[in-house]
Design a protein around this ligand. Structure first.
Ligand SMILES: [Zn+2]
Length: 97
């Protein structure tokens, strides 16, 4: 059983700075927390947790902070850098003898 059905809530601002806003939440509680975050003028994102976070307080929770950092990074990447994939053209150099 890996599905814990627990949700991690992150809040973020226009600049895409994510902060933990709650963890170990049931979908119901997570939805409530999202509303709370939004009522403060911030945006909210939810993530499914793979496992219960051992820390009681999400503010001092490492998995939460790491998730927030990861999202901040991804936000930057998707906002700033258009994902250009360099096309690899195989050179047909058959000069080997
Ligand atoms: Zn956590």
């Amino acid at each position: 059983m890996t599905n814990t059905n627990l949700t991690l809530v992150l809040s973020f601002d226009e600049a895409g700075n994510y902060e933990p806003a709650g963890h170990n939440l049931t979908p119901e509680k997570a939805a409530k927390r999202v509303t709370e975050v939004q009522s403060k003028g911030r945006r909210a994102a939810t993530l499914e947790q793979r496992e219960r976070h051992p820390s009681l307080n999400f503010k001092s929770c490492r998995p939460c902070r790491e998730a927030a950092q990861e999202c901040t990074k991804n936000h930057d990447a998707s906002a700033a850098a258009p994902q250009e994939q360099p096309e690899i053209t195989p050179e047909e150099n058959s000069g080997a003898e």
